[in-house]
Design a protein around this ligand. Structure first.
Ligand code: TXA
Ligand code: MG
Length: 346
């Protein structure tokens, strides 16, 4: 058991975080996407502690965070030209690239895969810590299966007593985890997890189509081999059951209102999560407005799922968004939060 400290992500906080990482301990740290649970990526005694602290399945590999392109040399076998192009365009930022790993990267980081996930975050606190020269292996800083954490308080509520330090860098701007793109094989790049760098942005930068990995928007079949281990695990689930409503806003409004009223009659404590406009039409029902734009919805989704639990909701009725731009990332998380339990509204 640790007495978990929460410190501002200033010079003093970063100093302590660096000392802890060098000593093989874990640190909760802010990034622009979600909070990360970091360890020295090259320390084979430190990395396994991440899996214990989160209760993470051993077969789910970690992302290695670097300060800049120059650190890739030691971690990868080669960096193909299209990866270079994406790095120039999107790093630092919410894009993780899957590349062939070098022998320096321990198997406990990559779940023994021949590839490694690499990301260069843009959050100033993450960058200040990475500037100390340690590549940091970090999954999202939540208990495995729960919604990712977008504030230091959320990290504390999941990991209190399990880690010595959380750096508080304020709420995360993007709010959903980074885009994961496999550029390790010949042929088209494959999107394994949509995020803040959208499929459209990637295709524009590469000048060619990007394939959507199977499992991004649909459940994998029983026994199907996942392109990315993360696709097969349960994810982003609050304690409440989540039901996702897809379709045109007017039909969503009608069906969400009806489902709410029925659940309320049954005493299920329903809660609506929807765009600001719909929230007004659904009044006076209990509702958490998520914002106007898809960006705002992305930034608030995980916090809203956690708030649903804090309020003791029994059923969350979540409004789906169109699967374009950041909306694809929102729907990838929303479908998993709902365990693929959806209503097509007509
Ligand atoms: O925004 C983010 O990416 C955050 C912050 C902390 O940087 N990190 C994050 O890590 O979301 P995590 O562990 O929650 O998600 C990593 C995802 C998982 O779905 C994992 O399966 C996939 O990346 N992944 C990691 N290494 C891989 C590899 N070599 N091949 C395929 N997928 C990989
Ligand atoms: Mg995660």
């Amino acid at each position: 058991m640790y007495e978990t400290k929460v410190l501002p992500a200033d010079e003093k906080g970063i100093d302590l975080a660096e000392r802890l990482l060098r000593a093989g301990e874990l640190v909760g740290l802010p990034t622009e996407t979600v909070y990360g649970l970091g360890a020295d990526a090259l320390n084979e005694r430190a990395v396994p502690k991440i899996f214990v602290a989160k209760g993470r399945p051993q077969d789910n590999p970690l992302i290695v965070h670097v300060h800049d392109r120059s650190q890739l040399g030691g971690l990868t076998r080669s960096v193909p030209e299209r990866a270079e192009r994406l790095i120039r365009r999107f790093w630092p930022g919410p894009l993780t690239l899957i590349l062939e790993k070098s022998a320096a990267v321990p198997d406990c980081v990559t779940a023994a895969l021949p590839t490694v996930a690499l990301r260069c975050p843009s959050h100033p606190a993450a960058r200040a810590l990475l500037a100390r020269g340690i590549p940091i292996a970090a999954p999202s800083a939540n208990l495995s299966g729960r919604p990712s954490t977008t504030t230091a308080q959320h990290v504390l509520s999941d990991l209190r007593g399990r880690i010595p330090l959380i750096l508080d860098g304020g709420p995360c701007q993007v709010g959903l985890e980074s885009t994961v793109l496999d550029v390790s094989r010949p042929g088209r790049a494959v999107l394994l997890r949509p995020g803040g760098v959208t499929r459209e942005m990637l295709e524009e930068a590469l000048g060619e189509p990007v394939d959507l990995g199977h499992g991004v928007l649909e459940p994998l079949a029983a026994g199907e081999k996942a392109l990315s281990p993360g696709l097969k695990h349960t994810h982003y689930k609050p304690k409440a059951r989540v039901l996702l409503f897809e379709g045109e806003p007017e039909a969503q409004c009608r069906e969400m209102a009806a489902a709410y009223d029925e659940a309320a009659r049954r005493g299920e404590r329903p809660l609506l999560l929807c765009r600001d406009g719909l929230a007004r039409s659904l009044k006076p029902r209990d509702c958490l407005p998520l914002g106007l734009s898809d960006q705002e919805i992305a930034a608030r989704l995980f916090a809203a799922l956690r708030e649903a639990d804090d309020r003791g909701a029994g059923l969350v009725l979540l409004q789906g968004v169109p699967e374009t731009g950041v909306g694809l990332a929102v729907m990838n998380r929303a479908l998993r939060a709902a365990g693929f339990d959806t209503r097509q509204c007509k």
